[in-house]
Write a protein that binds this ligand. Structure first.
Ligand code: MOS
Length: 698
């Protein structure tokens, strides 16, 4: 169904919003000019479980400049409290430490923050429990895992196959609680308008203006059209802005308390560690059974992870294992502990990211056990069709990614025996190379609409309420629209980032551009059918996303191969990563410049996950004790020297009219395993618990 004739598509067009961003004129949510705003500073619970028993706001209210102090006693009532993460200040119940228990609204942010420190809150404390362990007796199976996969899968007889297999791996891998840390914090500016069509106006930093509107309108007892969400520029999200969180509701409640006035709320970096979602910690048992030549006979991936008492989130950690390699005996499962912790949520490649750390490290262990090169092991187990559904692949070129990566990276220079290559001053640096595979599903998300209007003199306007969270949508969707309209990109004006524009699906699941692009192409086709080749100025057409006949026929996934070189200081255990390379197969690449940035960005987060990221929750208080950039480390330039991404030239004829699959998340899938596998090759030490900090290598 690839029908687009690519002209602008495929070129490395510079970001259309680049000049506005680098000159500081691109407006992010908090910077939207509103008249005479008030500022919100939230109050957060200092206990992990219990209830607010008394609140004394007198001193805070006496501060000059304070407009109001809201607690559960006096906050406006919400019309719908079904989503307990979003039922902000509707009761005195505390379900995790850091939960909103109030807010101060004041003339300046400083006043609001100071007054917040004067509010005295007493609690009835209940015992809390935040400890994830695989031997808990209250683990349960959720009905499904994110977004709607079956919780378990079971085929054949894994236990029998493991007993009979000449080579086996049986190991437990863990990943810690991790946090989305976009540069722009979560911010919402809200205005409650006493009259008019739009009653609640929000400038929000979000991956989905329509998603925020659809979710919040019923909470505030409004129709969808009475809420408008504007978000032209977003400074990153990585999933944490994919859905509204409690701060969006808090801003709305504060605005309702001061009708006609705009209120501005920006979470502090510290507040983001409890209120913006996070990646759940995981405990993953991987069992692989194989013949002596490395052919898999059994794969089992059993996951224990954390959810919250407030709202369930079940990360789909083992679902990628269901389709990655074939074996006659296969099992996957997800079990949750529902604890007194903040609500986990989407963080770049929820599921595949932690799952492939375990799977791809286990494959490395299997290669060692079989005495096989880890690339050769993967080639031998590359399934000709999707082992889960039996469908043909729309394009699985993993083996080519592995082979091309091996050639580019100099894989033949890898030491075959671990811990044998020493370089650097005094031979202190242990050098090793590692590899891991990656995949990410191509999600097709119907639900968008686009309106195309001919303005005359060859100029067009394209409207769709899509988002650009820094990924390049302003540019890439313009490229697609230009080709669809046989126009030059400079003759197309794209309008996105506003719920007043036609509906659009979330910038998430690596599916944003593919879904919106298909929709825009559908609208261009509808325009031609209605108005022909010589339209009158003012002519318009609207369309949703055209149906794809291949949707249920093919297994559609992007693939990739990650390579890493590490140097480990034999005395200190310090790891440096001089080189990383990712080779991807993701269908047609719409814009090589922005795509490379997405791949490299994902790999940087993967490096960060491998070496640093680790939120520490104190079991005695339920507090994230390292919730700031001084203590929660993320990768910096010194961690890596040469990071590159490349891809196979291709188009996927079964994905969409562009022939493109998603690229936003696959960079973080597998890259942590490549680093840790390289550490094994360098040192002979197998790190199964992320992050790979120096203490684990000594
Ligand atoms: Mo991505 S975590 O689906 O925004």
């Amino acid at each position: 169904m690839t029908t687009l004739r690519p002209r602008a598509v495929g070129t490395p067009m510079e970001r259309l919003d680049g000049p506005a961003k680098v000159t500081g004129t691109a407006r992010y949510a908090f910077e939207q000019p509103v008249e005479n705003p008030l500022y919100v500073h939230p109050l957060q619970s200092t206990i992990a479980r219990g209830r607010v028993s008394a609140v004394d706001t007198e001193d805070a209210e006496a501060c000059p400049g304070v407009a109001c102090v809201l607690t559960h006693h006096d906050a406006p009532r919400l019309a719908d409290t079904g989503d307990r993460e979003l039922a902000v200040l509707q009761s005195g119940r505390v379900a995790f430490r850091g939960q909103f228990v109030g807010a101060v609204v004041a003339k300046t942010p400083e006043t609001a923050r100071h007054a917040a420190s004067l509010v005295r809150i007493a609690y009835e404390v209940e015992p809390h429990d935040v400890e994830l362990r695989a031997d808990r007796d209250d683990l349960y199976a959720p009905d499904s895992v994110n977004p709607s996969y079956a919780t378990d899968s079971d085929e054949g007889d894994v236990d029998g196959a493991m007993t009979g297999a000449p080579v086996t791996v049986d190991a437990v891998y863990t990943t810690p609680m991790e946090h989305n840390n976009p540069m722009e914090p979560h911010t919402t500016v809200a205005v409650w308008q006493p009259e008019g069509d739009v009653r609640l106006l929000l400038y929000a930093s979000t991956q989905s203006v329509h998603g925020v509107r659809t979710t919040l309108a019923p909470l505030f007892g409004l129709e969808k059209d009475q809420v408008r969400v504007v978000s032209p520029h977003v400074g990153g999200g990585f999933g944490s802005k994919g859905m509204p969180h409690a701060h969006d509701v808090l801003a709305g409640l504060c605005a309702k308390a001061v009708p006609g006035r705009a209120v501005k709320l920006a979470l502090t970096r510290q507040q983001m560690f409890t209120l913006a979602g996070h990646r759940t910690p995981t405990i993953q048992r991987l069992r692989l059974g194989a013949d002596a030549d490395g052919r898999l006979s059994a794969i089992a991936h059993e996951v224990v992870e954390r959810s919250s008492t407030v709202k369930e989130f079940a990360e789909q950690t083992a679902t990628g294992t269901r389709m990655m390699y074939a074996a006659p005996n296969r099992r996957t499962s997800h079990r949750l502990a529902s604890l007194d912790v903040p609500v986990p949520s989407w963080m770049r490649a929820p599921g595949e990211c932690p799952g492939f750390f375990a799977l791809e490290c286990a494959m490395d262990e299997l290669a060692v056990a079989c005495g096989l090169d880890p690339i050769e092991l993967r080639v031998r187990n590359d399934p000709p069709e999707d082992p889960e559904t039996g469908r043909p692949w729309s394009g699985r070129r993993l083996v080519e990614c592995l082979r091309e990566g091996a050639r580019l990276f100099g894989w033949d220079r890898r030491p075959t025996a671990p811990g044998t290559r020493r370089e650097g001053p005094g031979g202190r640096e242990l050098v090793g190379l590692g590899v891991a595979s990656a995949t990410y599903p191509y999600y097709e998300m119907p639900g968008s609409e686009a309106v195309i209007r001919y303005e005359g003199e060859g100029r067009w306007t394209v409207r769709i309420g899509a988002a650009d969270l820094g990924t390049g949508t302003w540019t890439t969707l313009t490229q697609i629209a230009a080709d669809a309209l046989d126009a030059a990109p400079e003759d197309v004006t794209l309008l996105i980032g506003d719920s007043a524009l036609p509906a659009a699906t979330v910038a998430g699941g690596s599916a944003g551009l593919a879904s919106w692009g298909s929709t825009v192409i559908g609208a261009a086709r509808a325009f031609r059918e209605r108005h022909g080749r010589d339209p009158d100025p003012g002519a318009e057409a609207r369309s949703g996303m055209p149906k794809n006949p291949d949707r249920k026929t093919y297994a559609r996934h992007s693939f990739g191969a990650h390579f890493a070189e590490v140097r480990v200081d034999a005395d200190t255990g310090e790891i440096r990563v001089p080189r990383m390379l990712g080779v991807f197969s993701a269908g047609r690449i719409v814009n090589p410049r922005t795509a490379r940035s997405q791949f490299v960005g994902g790999m940087t987060m993967g490096l960060s996950m491998a070496l640093h990221e680790h939120a520490v929750m104190d079991p005695h208080t339920g507090h994230v004790v390292n919730g700031d950039f001084a203590d929660y480390h993320i990768a910096a330039h010194a961690d890596v020297c040469d990071m590159d991404a490349t891809w196979l030239e291709e188009e996927d004829p079964h994905a969409n009219p562009m022939g493109a699959r998603g690229i936003g998340e696959i960079g973080i899938v597998g890259s942590p395993a490549a680093v840790v596998n390289a550490v094994f090759n360098a040192t002979g030490i197998r790190v199964r618990d992320l992050p790979a900090t120096p203490d684990k290598l000594l």
